[in-house]
Design a protein around this ligand. Structure first.
Ligand SMILES: [Mg+2]
Length: 348
């Protein structure tokens, strides 16, 4: 089994640089307002330039300012970051892989029994699409569990893509600090240090009983991580919920080229539906206009189907209701309310 962890690089700062390119190359932080925090604004994230001055997230804005005189303060805009996060999720759904959101800018993806080579190719595709369509950099780690892929990802930052197979993972993590294990905070790290452990490789020199005695269930967890036996997967609830495709149109697309693009997307979507042995009841069509605003229309069919004609008719009907005088930049088709065509429970 392989897993992939996708983590956006310095996400809030990258979002701000994206809409305000003049910030590029200058030191800045995204923070919560000093006013709302009674004069103690906190740095949520900083760009790489600010990091060179020693500015870190969690630091007070005042402290950051004292470290770097030219530091620019940008007020955090959660709504904007959410909207970008949603667009990334939408894009990732095109890959039709089971997925779990770990945070606003981090996703774990189950790759099944894909080979390392195929996984790296898939990772490259995802990186390129996020770069092209969202305009932001991310790093992807690939390994045999969710936790390991996160650790590989952390190491490959920024703008990286790296895979470490199961038989190399022990070696890969053994010299790292225990705090590099996701979920091991300062308290757990101190507990481990109390029994003489600072590096991950040292954990297996202790008996699991001792670790459990000192740390409870975390003891079992770190022991398994250290010996290369972690099997954390993505949450079961995050199965394939929808299948869809979208495409960017050339400037000023007319109705004819929109219809042609839709027909192609319908074909690709049905191909994926068939490949997965699924049927669907829900159909949605999406338009992104030239000004980047988006509209989606959805409809439920009477019965489950995998019919291309049905999807074609329904999605064109939906898209017709979305075409106005506004120039269209992108169109998409998606099916949801999926069921296994064989009538079994579960999707795989
Ligand atoms: Mg991130």
């Amino acid at each position: 089994m392989l897993f992939m962890l996708i983590d956006m690089d310095y996400f809030f700062a990258a979002c701000e640089e994206h809409r305000r390119p003049e910030l590029k190359g200058k030191p800045f932080v995204v923070g919560t307002s000093p006013e709302s925090q009674k004069g103690f604004g906190v740095v949520q994230t900083s760009n790489y330039v600010a990091r060179e001055f020693g500015v870190r997230s969690g630091m007070s804005v005042a402290k950051a300012m004292s470290l770097c005189k030219e530091l620019i303060y940008v007020e955090s805009d959660d709504e904007y970051y959410e909207s970008i996060s949603k667009r990334i999720i939408e894009l990732l759904r095109d890959f039709s892989l089971p997925m779990e959101a770990m945070s606003i800018d981090e996703w774990a993806v189950a790759l099944g029994d894909m080979s390392i080579e195929a996984a790296l190719k898939e990772g490259q595709k995802i990186k390129e699409r996020i770069k092209e369509e969202i305009g932001l950099p991310c790093t992807i780690g690939i390994s045999s569990s969710k936790i390991y892929s996160k650790m590989v990802c952390d190491e490959a930052k920024p703008d990286g893509l790296e895979a470490v197979p199961l038989d190399e993972i022990k070696e890969f993590i053994k010299d790292k600090e225990v705090s590099k294990i996701p979920g091991i905070g300062p308290k757990a790290a101190a507990q481990l240090e109390g029994i003489g452990i600072t590096k991950i490789g040292e954990i297996t020199s202790k008996s699991p009983m001792l670790l459990i005695e000192k740390m409870g269930s975390l003891g079992t967890f770190v022991y398994n991580v250290a010996r290369g036996a972690d099997e954390s997967g993505v949450q079961e609830s995050e199965q394939v919920l929808s299948i869809g495709r979208e495409t960017t149109l050339t400037h000023g697309a007319d109705k004819e080229s929109i219809d042609a693009a839709m027909e192609k997307l319908v074909g690709l979507t049905i191909l994926e539906v068939e490949k997965r042995g699924m049927m669907f009841k829900g159909v949605s069509a999406k338009v992104r206009y030239q000004d980047f605003s988006e509209k989606i229309k959805s409809a439920k069919l009477k019965n489950y189907t995998a019919s291309k004609e049905m999807l074609s008719r329904k999605s064109k009907e939906l898209i017709a209701g979305l075409i106005t005088e506004k120039p269209v930049r992108k169109v998409g088709v998606r099916v949801y309310s999926l069921t296994n065509a064989a009538g079994q429970k579960g999707l795989f």
